[in-house]
Design a protein around this ligand. Structure first.
Ligand code: FMN
Ligand code: SF4
Ligand code: SF4
Length: 417
């Protein structure tokens, strides 16, 4: 029988039936879409960013990053905020809240000056939003008073966070741009300004591919293109890094975070939660696979919790953080020599080539058996383990202590799925 755990969690004092929300984007840009998503099982929606400004979009506006025939390892969009009139969006938000009182409605707003931020905060509050997300981070806005340029400027982030939180009684989330070195700086500014939470990350400024015929980037808009936002699976490592750094900062460690950037599966969800997120948002995976992915995320997370003995998501939030430490504090006393399973090995030779050309010439090739053999040059870097195409064929083996170092117990990963 299928296991279904209680995945409910409070974020900013509001109960979500599960942590999964649409992130602000085309996947939640009208009533019908949000309604379909909520029926499919999403815990809440962050409605497509609304502003006084109405977007005038270009065509085409999407491209995807790919490798070795796998498309959508990342996704580039050149989209702006909502292209619908504000009144229409407010109407749809009101109807959503009325029809789905137990789901959570988060309004994403973007103003271009103080008056607009305050006005938008009031209007979405009146429309029934449970929370407001301030979009300080869209990389495609055509004005420096809007978008990710605001997110790079801590004074502006603080000023607008203050204006919005003074104009509403509902919780305020500040959405960060990853187009910056230290996200902690604008995040602290947002909290000092009065925001209650941080959401991260918005898209990463990018050029995915060039069109070699038209000598411009993709997508090609009448012969030209622009630098714009990259999202999806390829961004997950960058999102997780920013989130961990914020949660480990003394001024931000108690600030609740809504995480996003490449979440596609229950495993991604578990990773964001274990690095401190109480809420999760998704766009690119929905654009690729549809709202139904939430069913797999709910069921996968339930099985994982059952297997590991977690009774609630609360028990999981942030539990991996103490194990992310500065590089200078890592135990450097040993090397772990990989172990090759000759039965599983298919004799492709990739480990031999990679170790020779990219590591330490520590694999000899047995021509007769067509099998790799590790020699004394091995430094334990595990390039071979990462390159081997056969699951579980190369695994960590013997732990060897460096000369003069005191042997001690070592915890390491042995199971690779
Ligand atoms: C086509 C597209 C449009 C987006 N529009 C918005 C937007 O209007 N407001 C906003 O805050 N973020 C917007 N985003 C960013 C997403 O909400 C999200 O932060 C980002 O895509 C990372 O999550 P993902 O990897 O799950 O897509 C957009 C993303 C995409 C792909
Ligand atoms: S761990 Fe590194 S050095 Fe050792 S065999 Fe593998 S690739 Fe070569
Ligand atoms: S990469 Fe894996 S399968 Fe290929 S030769 Fe090396 S151990 Fe065998």
């Amino acid at each position: 029988m299928a296991i279904k755990k209680d995945l409910s969690i409070e974020y900013l004092g509001v109960k979500f039936e599960n942590p999964f929300c649409l992130s602000s984007s085309p996947v939640g840009s009208n009533y019908e879409m949000c309604s379909k998503a909520l029926e499919a099982g999403w815990g809440g929606v962050v409605y497509k960013t609304v502003g006084i400004f109405i977007a005038d979009e270009c065509s085409p506006r999407f491209d995807n990053g790919n490798k070795e025939g796998t498309p959508w390892i990342g996704f580039k969009n050149m989209e702006q905020i909502s292209d619908k009139p504000l009144e229409k969006n407010l109407e749809m938000m009101s109807k959503l809240k009325k029809d789905y009182p137990n789901k959570v409605l988060i309004a994403s707003i973007m103003g271009s000056n103080e008056e607009e931020w305050a006005k938008l905060a009031k209007l979405v509050t009146e429309a029934g939003a449970d929370m407001i997300e301030c979009n300080f981070s869209c990389p495609q806005m055509t004005s420096h008073a809007m978008g990710s340029d605001v997110g790079q400027n801590p004074e502006l982030v603080k000023k607008y966070s203050k204006i919005v939180s003074e104009a509403t009684h509902i919780p305020v989330i500040a959405k960060m741009t990853p187009n910056i070195g230290n996200m902690e700086i604008p995040a602290i500014a947002a909290i000092e300004g009065g925001a209650h939470s941080i959401s991260a990350i918005n898209t990463i400024k990018s050029i995915t591919n060039l069109d070699l015929d038209h000598l411009t980037a993709m997508p090609v808009v009448n012969g030209k293109s622009s630098i714009s936002g990259y999202s999806g699976a390829a961004c997950k490592p960058i999102a997780l890094r920013f989130i961990a750094q914020m949660k480990q900062h003394p001024k931000l460690k108690d600030v609740e975070i809504s995480g996003m950037g490449g979440i596609e599966t229950w495993r991604d969800a578990a990773e964001f939660i274990m690095l401190g997120c109480r809420n999760l948002q998704v766009t690119t995976a929905i654009m690729q696979y549809g709202y139904r992915i939430v069913e797999d995320m709910i069921s996968g997370l339930s099985y994982f919790m059952e297997e590991k003995g977690f009774n609630s998501l609360d028990e999981m939030v942030g539990i991996a953080l103490p194990n992310i430490i500065p590089a200078e504090e890592l135990d450097r006393d040993f090397k772990i020599i990989p172990k090759i399973d000759d039965e599983k090995c298919v004799g492709c030779g990739r480990c031999y080539i990679s170790c020779f050309d990219g590591a330490h010439q520590a694999i000899d090739w047995d021509e007769e058996k067509r099998r790799p053999v590790i020699n004394d040059n091995c430094v334990g870097c595990h390039l071979c383990l990462n390159i081997c195409p056969v699951q579980g064929c190369i695994t960590p083996g013997e732990v060897k202590f460096k000369e003069g170092r005191e042997p001690h117990d070592v915890i390491f990963k042995t199971k690779y799925e």
